[in-house]
Design a protein around this ligand. Structure first.
Ligand SMILES: *Cc1c(COP(=O)(O)O)cnc(C)c1O
Length: 487
């Protein structure tokens, strides 16, 4: 049994505020520009304003738009402003959700039911006919999560050499059960935009809906485009695009808990609505996943767009594009590293250009020793950065450290057998991904179990233990298979 109990008497608030700080002392210090994901920060003044806005609607609940017309108004105006920016047209519609995952999840449910509504006959045998969606290999995991939740089959389309989805492959994967095609603008791992116009033409021709995931790009691409950068059409201007997701809590700089799901028309969107006309508690209606909806998040989304304005977003986009350019050039200038594809906005994936000389995860380990927070990617192995205004004065130091780390790694080839590099190296060699899943499942059971194991406190050794156990099992399996086949 855990020793945690709600205190008998309330604790002094000053003391609790102190404890809040203590609990946070282990957190990543993102303000120093050493963290390259998770936090989207414009500046302190804007954050303070967002806090004021958030608290002014702290208690209000977007669940009931009749009771809180204010929130309905904020939501409606936020949806309209964004649809305007993304060229949605007069019939376009949408609603706010809690985040990118919320937007994507409800869209998948919506398309599944839209698909089934068009094929009334097969509704009865739905168990046997599984709707399918075609997903670029680089699409966000939220799509796979939603597919798992809602019984949709994922069909993965490979990427081309520039890390965009291969449209010819998408075309080949279409069949009678295809309920949706997905493209990203841009994808998170590499910052490149899938060929939305080609996907749009294909979707239109085959009469299949097309969702563009602009969760990370929705509130930056339009401004980058307005600055004159060559951005291929990615929004509702492309005929075949039927819906888009866009997170205001990323480059829109709203408080966390704010995203939008947007549709070309109500024909499709209506399939996401839920109505319980018979509940004892009264008739209940709900447009998306959330019941209770935090008023603060809705108000902050509206206020962010209004306070920053097109001019503010463009100034910020200009800075981020300049930082992106210097990072891309800087990384490509380091012998042994290469940027993957051509990032259209401020998200960059980079890898080793000569695997014999440079192991990219060794670079990750060395950079972490220098105090940088490193995001590692796989399939193919690479590192990731997404840029924020907090990085304005960090990029130069990052590039210098990166260069030093590459030189050091070249001189110390043995490093690939140590630390995270060794672990990732081994993981990559395990062909049975199900085994990794099983181990991670037990790790999650521990994390969310009664002891609430802290992932951060997990020592390097423990982590490596998991992997060596995996590798051992793998070797046992390989030996078993070998003995079977040699008979
Ligand atoms: C962040 C992101 C998501 C998921 O958004 P959350 O707000 O983290 O749920 C989906 N797609 C892309 C491309 C993203 O970058």
């Amino acid at each position: 049994m855990s020793e945690y109990k709600i205190p008998e008497k309330g604790i002094d608030k000053a003391l609790l505020l102190e404890q809040l700080k203590t609990y946070g002392s282990d957190d990543k210090d993102w303000k120093n520009g050493k963290v390259w994901s998770l936090v989207y920060h414009l500046d302190d003044e804007h954050s303070d304003f967002m806090k004021t806005v958030y608290t002014s609607y702290f208690s209000e609940n977007g669940l009931n738009p009749v009771a809180f017309k204010s929130l309905k108004r904020f939501e409606h105006e936020t949806v309209r402003m964004t649809l305007n920016m993304l060229h949605g047209g007069p019939k376009s519609v949408g609603n706010m959700t809690s985040g990118g995952t919320g937007s994507i999840t409800i869209a998948i449910k919506c398309y599944r039911d839209y698909f089934l509504s068009k094929r009334k006959l097969i509704q009865g045998v739905y168990k046997f006919i599984q709707p399918e969606m075609i997903l670029p290999a680089s699409a966000h995991p939220a799509f796979r999560k939603a597919a798992q939740y809602f019984g949709v089959k994922v069909v993965e389309a490979p990427l081309d050499k520039n890390f965009r989805v291969d449209v010819k492959a998408v075309k080949r994967l279409i069949n009678l059960n295809t309920m949706l095609i997905v493209g990203s603008a841009p994808c998170y791992p590499y910052g490149v935009i899938d060929p939305i116009e080609d996907l749009g033409r294909l979707a239109k021709k085959k009469n299949i809906p097309l969702h563009v995931d602009a969760c990370v790009g929705g509130f930056i691409l339009p401004f980058v485009e307005a600055l004159g950068y060559p951005i291929p059409a990615f929004d509702f201007r492309v005929d075949g695009v039927t819906s888009m997701s866009a997170d205001i809590h990323k480059y829109g700089y709203a408080a966390k808990g704010a995203s939008l799901i947007l549709y070309r028309s109500m024909d499709i969107m209506k399939h996401q609505f839920f109505i319980d006309e018979s509940w004892c508690g009264g008739i209940y209606i709900s447009p998306s996943l959330q019941g209770t909806k935090p008023g603060g998040a809705i108000a902050s989304a509206w206020a962010a767009l209004k306070a920053i304005g097109r001019e503010g977003y463009m100034t910020n986009a200009k800075l981020l594009m300049e930082l992106t350019q210097s990072m891309v050039d800087g990384i490509n200038a380091i012998d042994g590293l290469e940027v993957m594809g051509h990032p259209e906005v401020c998200l960059i994936g980079f890898r080793s250009s000569d695997k014999r000389k440079v192991n990219i995860f060794v670079i990750g380990d060395l950079m972490e020793k220098k105090g940088w927070h490193i995001d590692r990617q796989q399939n193919p192995n690479s590192l990731h950065i997404s840029l924020n205004p907090t990085h304005e004065f960090a990029t130069e130091e990052y590039l210098k450290d990166l260069k030093d780390c590459v030189a050091y790694a070249k001189a110390h080839p043995e490093l690939k057998n140590e630390g995270d590099a060794a672990m990732y190296g081994m993981v990559a060699k395990i062909p049975l991904r199900g085994m990794i899943k099983k181990e991670l499942m037990s790790l999650m059971e521990e994390m969310y179990g009664p002891e609430g194991k802290m992932p951060d406190n997990e020592t390097q050794e423990e982590k490596n233990d998991i992997v060596s156990k995996l590798a051992k099992t793998y070797i046992e399996w390989a030996e078993k298979l070998e003995s079977i086949f040699s008979k």
